[in-house]
Design a protein around this ligand. Structure first.
Ligand code: GTP
Ligand code: NA
Ligand code: MG
Length: 278
């Protein structure tokens, strides 16, 4: 009975929102790194995925770009996620990519938590953004609706604990399960050709366990997993990656498109044949 093998997996939490509303800054602060500071032009150009542990509870966080050019990546982020954190800058309110993010999240059928960010800015009126959100179908819980809105500042750290608590509460209301004993299934978040390492593919494992040496097909790419690196500490090599674990893997022959499904096969010739007929 396959159901017997189902065990709890970490929730996948994706940060979506309008450009510059503070997705990367909030995530940096939550996990204690500084990605935003090193970004060229302060613009997120890549989908990022990290696995962290909070009081022994693992979670996967996905950061997406807010820039208009990256609609596809946002859709993909929403597609692989369990929970969306919609980041809305309090001074700006609901903007075009906020609305787009809301529709991606609704299409994915996942709960939305709002981080009403930049609450530290002088003169911001949270009521305005809350009214906008209400108009867009996200009725604040303090107005009797079911959308949790947490006022945050990535600058001062205000509301960050509450945001994390709210994410954990929503996660606990749902049961996220997977079977780590089966062959891996995952999704390519992005992929690129690296001068030193060859094709590097960011994959979120969604079910099963992916192992170094596994033969995989991913879209029109195939290969044997050569190495898997932890995106949060790229020197850490992983021998295997279970459900809800993001990895940067090498070993594919070409860079698959983002959104391509990854799965494991027994036979490399068969993998090549499948990949080449796509
Ligand atoms: P894209 O990835 O380009 O869509 O942007 P983002 O949503 O990841 O925003 P990012 O974290 O790059 O922040 C944009 C700017 O807002 C930066 O200059 C941050 O320092 C600033 N910022 C982020 N959060 C806050 C906040 O809570 N308060 C204030 N005052 N500034 C913030
Ligand atoms: Na930015
Ligand atoms: Mg960003």
């Amino acid at each position: 009975d396959p159901e017997e093998s189902l065990v709890a997996r970490a929730p996948v939490v994706t940060f979506l929102g309008h450009v510059d509303h503070g997705k990367t800054s909030l995530l940096d602060r939550l996990i204690g790194i500084d990605v935003a500071g090193g970004e060229s032009g302060g613009i997120t150009q890549h989908i990022r995925a990290y696995r962290i542990e909070n009081n022994g509870r693992p979670m996967a966080f996905v950061d997406t770009p807010g820039h208009e050019a990256f609609t596809e990546m946002r859709a993909r982020g929403a597609g692989v996620t369990d929970i969306v954190v919609l980041v809305v800058a309090a001074d700006d309110g609901v903007m075009p990519q906020t609305e787009e993010a809301i529709s991606h999240a609704k299409a994915a059928g996942v709960p939305i938590i709002v981080a009403l960010n930049k609450i530290d800015l002088p003169g911001v009126d949270p009521l305005r953004a809350m009214t906008d959100l209400n108009t867009n179908g996200l009725q604040p819980s303090e107005w009797g609706g079911d959308t949790e809105i947490v006022k945050t500042s990535a600058t001062t750290g205000e509301g960050l604990d509450e945001l994390l608590e709210t994410i954990l509460t929503v996660a606990e209301l749902n049961e996220y399960v997977a079977n780590p004993d089966r062959a891996a299934i995952g999704t390519c978040l992005e992929s690129q050709q690296d001068a030193d390492r060859g094709v590097v593919t960011k994959v979120l494992v969604q079910n099963g366990t992916l192992k170094v040496g596994d033969i995989v097909v991913c879209g029109d790419a195939y290969g044997r997993v050569k190495a898997m690196l932890d995106p949060l500490s790229p020197r850490t090599r992983l021998e295997e990656a279970g459900p809800s674990v993001p990895v940067n893997l090498t070993g594919l022959d070409i860079a698959p498109s983002a959104g391509a499904r990854l799965y494991v096969l027994d036979d490399i010739a068969e993998a090549r044949e499948i990949a080449e007929t796509r």
